[in-house]
Design a protein around this ligand. Structure first.
Ligand code: PMV
Length: 327
């Protein structure tokens, strides 16, 4: 591999899982128990610039203009070690990253962050990875990041090892008018990280084996709904799968939940809208914020309804977004 003399910048968008990834079979390589399916979003992204530089004595890491916590720096350094190992170099890097994502509030910024870092660092190190190799590399940083390498609907095929666990885009479909209304109810850091939450769920929830079984069936059903452009089935399966994931947190020992009071209130409001004839569904990740799934024809009405409850600044409309790009 020949090092790039110039800094390399990559942009990756975040993604929202419709069939959730929740549980690692291999915690070090990040091999999941189940396959998952997501939609990459246009509105939320991370830009990351990397340069390997012989004149540095250690890695320089800047995120959103600041030196991050030691824990975050260690996570980035661990990831860079993987890249350096592949490129067979031992040169420190300077990294600067800007998130256009509400950090750690349930919109996985780790997905866009590690997809952007994988793309920029691998190219700066002189590795020329194809999209599949890039997906495998991004997975090592954060599982959901392997899906952010691609745009629109993406499936992460769980595989069994480092070589066969990666994401693939679904073929183009009729659900291109899908919209995601991201509702922010809380901006703080989450109490239980997805890593901890998954570990507790896998090791203590008696329902975990049922989750593995049900996920496979949910995934097949969702893929067929997407293929057929069937929004109703798409929404129902997505909502159900999210609730099944959250049942794992409630049934863990000690039990925990990512919901707060507002999360529940919004879930009820979505159901109310639906019963009144405005079709929409919800999904929730490892935090209290809610993402409402709807279509272009109803998005204005739905976002206006939530803006009245939460304020304009807490309602963001996202569309399907692209895969990794070099800037
Ligand atoms: O990739 P992680 O470790 O941030 O985990 C993501 C977990 C969920 O967002 C809840 C589900 C998913 O598939 O993205």
């Amino acid at each position: 591999a020949t090092l790039s003399n110039n800094p390399v910048t990559a942009r990756a968008h975040t993604n929202i899982a419709l069939i959730k990834y929740w549980g690692k079979k291999d915690e070090s390589l990040i091999i999941p128990y189940t396959s998952s399916l997501s939609l990459t979003l246009d509105h939320f992204y991370t830009d990351t610039t990397v340069r390997f530089d012989e004149s540095l004595s250690t890695d320089q890491i800047i995120i959103d203009g600041q030196i991050p916590s030691e824990k975050s720096r260690q996570r980035v350094r661990d990831f860079l070690e993987i890249v350096r190992g592949k490129a067979q170099i031992a040169i420190p890097a300077s990294i600067s990253s800007t998130n256009h994502v509400p950090t750690a509030a349930g919109l996985a910024s780790s997905a866009s962050a590690f997809a952007a870092l994988a793309a920029s660092a691998s190219k700066a190190a002189g590795l020329h990875l194809d999209a599949t190799e890039l997906s495998k590399l991004a997975r090592r940083g954060s599982g959901s990041a392997c899906r952010s390498v691609f745009g629109h609907f993406v499936e992460w095929q769980r595989g069994t090892n480092d070589a066969d666990s990666y994401a693939k885009p679904l073929p183009d479909t009729g659900l291109n008018d899908i919209r995601v209304v991201a509702l922010t109810v809380e901006r703080g850091q989450k109490a239980v990280s997805s890593r901890q939450g998954m570990h507790l769920s896998v090791t203590t929830s008696p329902y975990y084996p049922a989750w593995v079984k049900t996920c496979q069936a949910d995934l097949l059903q969702l893929k067929s709904a997407i293929e057929k452009g069937d929004f109703t089935r798409f929404g129902k399966i997505s909502e159900l799968n999210a609730m099944r994931m959250h049942a794992l947190t409630l049934s863990a020992d000690p039990s925990f939940t990512y919901f707060n009071g507002q999360t529940l209130a919004i879930m009820n409001l979505v159901k109310q809208l639906r019963h009144q004839g405005t079709e929409c569904y919800y999904t929730i990740d490892a935090g209290p914020n809610v993402k409402v799934l709807c279509q272009q024809s109803t998005v204005a009405k739905i976002s206006a309804t939530f803006a009245q409850v939460l304020g304009d600044q807490n309602v963001i409309i996202a569309k399907p977004g692209p895969g990794v790009q070099y800037l």
